[in-house]
Design a protein around this ligand. Structure first.
Ligand code: PEP
Ligand code: MN
Length: 359
């Protein structure tokens, strides 16, 4: 059986968009119950409550999750407020504990998806489960790893599968915590239109302001839902404080989402898909130009300190020749590329001129 053969009818038990919400981490019974109560009180369609029990942290000595005790709190959330529950599992021990505590939905985190040994261990521990298992994209932009992880699960006869797009790490800091890199997720979606995909705007944005925009964008290209971090007191959260929102803000955000169509049909909107890709590329072009200008500034300072003229004809010749060569290699008009580079160069000279003038 291949991933393309899966029906994944599990998604049909939920109204779309399917929203999974709850705190980044379980911190205390009170925090879990209070957050659940307030999400419930918004009357937003949130059938699944999330909370991280074991937290993968980039550096040691941070809060690494409360561990198994938090599973009891998830159970209470289910009993008292009727949510289904979801948590991240990163090894066989987590799987055993989560299955024993009857967590409904398990997800594999971005740092685990990168590691085939880890994914294999989790898949074997889950062998044959009827639970819904969601796989986050790996932290690095590698579509094959993401697909590979789902194949390992299917290899252990796990068939209720889904994907979560949480963005990709970049060394250069951008406005995103994790760059959405829509192309990869949309390639995934084109290859596996039968696998439900959810957006994780919280880990893409890393802040509270961008969440609604990213979520709407995902719905526009046919995603089935979102997993969003919500905490009753976000500023005091023990992990990912800057991106968590109150249940009330979450409720408001959900009520403003426009569902363009239900099911997978929205994805047929080719125009929306292309526009998303264009916006993504425009964002990257602007980021790159801004990085280029910052380097240009540094060169301006060096030139100033060493009394060197801003315009260096030899260097400009190297740049234009390289651009012309790349234009022909990539099948673009040399004329066009020359215009673009002249504009960039002019701006660069302007930036350096300002440095020279400013004492
Ligand atoms: C999380 O969902 O809290 C989490 C740790 O996410 P990710 O694996 O995407 O970093
Ligand atoms: Mn988090």
């Amino acid at each position: 059986m291949n991933l393309t053969d899966l029906e994944n009818s599990w998604i049909n038990q939920f109204q779309q968009p399917l929203i999974i919400a709850g705190p980044c981490s379980a911190e205390s019974e009170q925090q879990m119950l209070e957050t659940a109560k307030r999400i419930k009180a918004t009357h937003a369609q949130v059938p699944i409550f999330r909370a991280g029990i074991w937290k993968p942290r980039t550096k040691p000595n941070g809060f690494e999750g409360v561990g198994v005790i938090g599973l009891n709190w998830l159970k209470k959330v289910k009993e008292e407020y009727g949510f289904k529950t979801a948590t991240e599992v990163a090894n066989a021990h987590h799987v055993d504990a989560a299955l024993k505590a009857d967590v409904d939905i398990l997800w594999i985190g971005a740092r685990s998806t990168v590691n085939p040994f880890t994914v294999q261990e989790i898949a074997e521990a889950l062998k044959g489960t009827e639970k819904i298992v969601l796989v986050k994209n790996p932290v690095n932009p590698d579509l094959a790893l993401w697909i590979g992880a789902l194949e390992r699960l299917l290899g252990q006869n796990i068939k209720n599968l889904g994907a979560i797009h949480r963005g990709f790490s970049t060394y250069q800091k951008t406005k995103y915590r994790n760059n959405p890199n829509w192309q990869i997720a949309l390639d995934f979606k084109s290859q596996f239109p039968n696998i439900p995909i959810l957006i994780d705007p919280s880990h893409i944005c890393g802040n509270r302001t961008g969440l609604a925009g990213i979520t709407q964008e995902a719905l526009n290209v046919g995603y089935q839902g979102a997993i969003i971090e919500s905490h009753y007191n976000p500023d005091e959260a023990w992990s990912d404080a800057s991106q968590q929102i109150t249940p009330e803000v979450l409720g408001e955000m959900i009520s403003n989402l426009k569902v363009r169509s239900t099911g997978l049909a929205g994805f047929d909107d080719e125009m929306g898909r292309h526009r998303t890709l264009i916006s993504d590329l425009d964002f990257q072009v602007i980021e790159l130009l801004s990085q280029r200008m910052r380097i240009s500034e540094k060169i301006g300072k060096l030139k100033k300190e060493n009394d060197i003229a801003i315009f260096q004809p030899d260097r400009w010749k190297v740049i234009t020749e390289y651009a012309a060569q790349k234009a022909s290699e990539t099948g673009m008009s040399q004329d066009f590329i020359e215009k673009v580079f002249k504009a960039i160069h002019e701006e660069s000279i302007e930036v350096q001129n300002n440095i020279m003038i400013n004492k």
